[in-house]
Design a protein. Structure first.
Length: 366
């Protein structure tokens, strides 16, 4: 038996030559997967810029490498399988009513559609990543808030479209009749998802009314922090202890909200308690020096007030009130720290002492 005769040996409805062609074509296709994926990545680099190509490459691989690999392997398999036929026992059953080739085609179509919409969804994430990078370099905060919201909308629409296409093309569902049926049951669905709809409407209210934008420091329901993201259902706030608080959007539009980020200044008020043995002259000097400190400080305005206010239970109380010329939290705490250190130096300068709660006991001798 020569080699040609060997290749003509039939096995499971195919010559061995057919299997060889299948393996060769599939092997070549597998080898081409990486170059083709690299070609796609280069196209994306050119579209979205290459300010930091290493970061883009890492992000691209983390998001799109796996779905692109599966998609290309499915295409390679589809092309390669044209060289072979299904075994006869898998084509029809004995009664002739089971079409195995059709089932294989349906499975392939299902996997192909899943990978396509997987790629589309990950591409949206990649585009969003690049747009958020560009938005972070602009002065406006509106785009920082709008881009994540638009990405969420695009991803939801992609998932819905993918689900409809799978129902129509793989499972032969009458999509038109299905949509009509959903319209009839829409009222019941709306009632069942009332809270979700309220949150969705709340998100649109936040975008159009703009009570805050991403990056603003807000106080809501006893929670103070920086707004990180406004989504369909909720808004994420990063508190100053670095925890994440998720607030439903319907609660935001129905609650009192203090946007600290739009304040031109931040108010600071506290009392300094001096011991009762502090002389009147020293109190006057301390009040004058602290007032001068606030007037001369580069981060405070001229509205600061320092006054000897009252006689406390165990201290002589001096009120300190000033405004820091910045809504930024970091600037505020830095300014407070510097002023507090300077106030301590002033108190020590006059050799006075801070008071603390105490009780005097007088013993009467008989």
């Amino acid at each position: 038996m020569n080699f040609d005769e060997f290749l003509e040996i039939e096995f499971l409805n195919n010559d061995l030559r057919d299997y060889v062609y299948f393996l060769i074509s599939f092997g070549i296709g597998v080898l081409l997967v990486k170059p083709i994926r690299h070609f796609f990545s280069k196209i994306l680099y050119k579209i979205f810029g290459n300010e930091d190509e290493s970061n883009i490459n890492v992000k691209f691989n983390s998001l799109l490498k796996k779905p692109l690999n599966y998609f290309l392997l499915l295409i390679v398999f589809y092309i390669s399988k044209t060289f072979i036929k299904l075994p006869k026992f898998l084509q029809y059953n004995d009664s002739g009513d089971v079409n195995f080739p059709m089932y294989f085609t349906k499975i392939f179509d299902l996997l192909l559609l899943i990978t396509i919409f997987w790629i589309v969804n990950r591409s949206i994430d990649f585009v969003g990543y690049r747009l958020k990078e560009k938005a972070s370099k602009t002065e406006s905060k509106v785009d920082d808030q709008l881009i994540p919201f638009a990405i969420d909308i695009a991803k939801v629409l992609t998932i819905v479209l993918g689900f409809i296409m799978i129902l129509g093309n793989v499972f032969n569902v009458n999509v038109t009749a299905l949509v009509t049926g959903l319209g009839i049951g829409g009222v019941a669905f709306a009632l069942a998802s009332k809270e979700s709809l309220e949150n969705l409407l709340g998100s649109f209210t936040i975008f159009f009314d703009k009570p805050f934008t991403v990056g603003d420091v807000v106080t809501l329901g006893g929670v103070t922090g920086t707004v990180e993201k406004v989504g369909f259902r909720s808004t994420r706030i990063r508190t100053f202890d670095k925890s994440i608080v998720t607030v439903p959007n319907k609660n935001i539009i129905s609650s009192e909200l203090d946007n600290l980020g739009v304040r031109p200044v931040r108010r600071v008020k506290f009392n300094i308690g001096l011991t009762y043995d502090t002389s009147v002259e020293n109190i006057k000097n301390i009040v004058d020096d602290i007032q001068q400190l606030l007037n001369d400080h580069p981060m405070t305005n001229q509205d600061g007030k320092v006054r000897f206010l009252e006689f406390g239970a165990s201290s002589l109380d001096i009120m300190v009130l000033y405004y820091v010329d910045s809504p930024d939290w970091e600037v505020l705490i830095d300014a407070k720290q510097k002023i507090n250190f300077d106030i301590i130096d002033i108190i020590n300068k006059y050799k006075c002492e801070f008071a603390f709660p105490s009780t005097s006991v007088y013993i009467e001798k008989n």
